[in-house]
Design a protein around this ligand. Structure first.
Ligand code: HEM
Length: 184
């Protein structure tokens, strides 16, 4: 099995991890909305613990994924896109991969700084690396919001690019990411 991307194709590992990360991200976002609207404390705690677990998995998977992205070739673009678009789309994709390492970390540090006890399902506690601090809470909270805003803008651009390739340019960019073998 091809383990790493090369100039001709994405590896199956990349394809599976790409969609695993997308599902994890959208599940965490949906849980954030559910937690905000929960009326019952027990339900809120259960969803928060599940969200923490998904965030921890996302963080660990994303460390490998970012390393794999920056140390392997990116397959050749399909069609005849202009070079600026290719550089921009690859930079955005790499930044998204990095954000999935940094944002879960920033979210965890923000909660630790606020003095929250971060728990997983079953009550397992993720130990805090430092004592609660109002100043650290302010700094990590600011970094998280800044990173999350940049990430959401990059993700919107990324999804827009994928949909434009699929529906307007009618090429195989999205299908290749869904596993279709494309001859270059
Ligand atoms: C509905 C959501 C998404 C769609 C439709 C989508 C679509 C795509 C497509 C079509 C490509 C291939 C681009 C190419 O051929 O060069 C790609 C690559 C990539 N996407 Fe997404 N994407 C989505 C969500 C995400 C998310 C949430 C991330 C966040 C980390 C992400 C990060 C990446 C990265 C890093 C690559 C480069 C390949 C890799 O290393 O995985 N994508 N995406």
């Amino acid at each position: 099995m091809q383990l790493r991307d090369n100039g001709l194709s994405f590896s199956p590992v990349t394809l599976v991890l790409h969609w695993t990360v997308a599902i994890l991200f959208f599940s965490i976002a949906a849980l954030a909305i559910a937690i905000t609207n929960a009326s019952d404390d027990a339900q809120r705690l259960e969803w928060t613990q599940l969200q923490n677990l998904l965030g921890a998995i996302l963080f660990l998977v994303s460390i490998y994924r970012f390393w794999a992205r920056v140390t392997s070739y990116h397959p050749l673009p399909l069609g005849t896109p202009n070079p600026v678009e290719v550089i921009a789309s690859r930079s955005v994709a790499t930044a998204l991969a990095l954000a999935m390492v940094l944002l879960p970390l920033a979210a965890w540090l923000t909660r630790c700084a606020a003095g929250d006890i971060v728990t997983l399902p079953g009550g397992w506690v993720i130990p805090a690396p430092f004592e609660p601090s109002a100043r650290a809470h302010q700094v990590f909270g600011f970094l998280f919001k800044l990173g999350a805003t940049a990430f959401l803008a990059g993700l919107a651009l990324h999804i827009f690019g994928a949909l434009k390739n699929h529906f307007v340019l009618k090429n195989d960019v999205l299908k290749r990411m869904l596993g279709k073998h494309v001859e270059l």
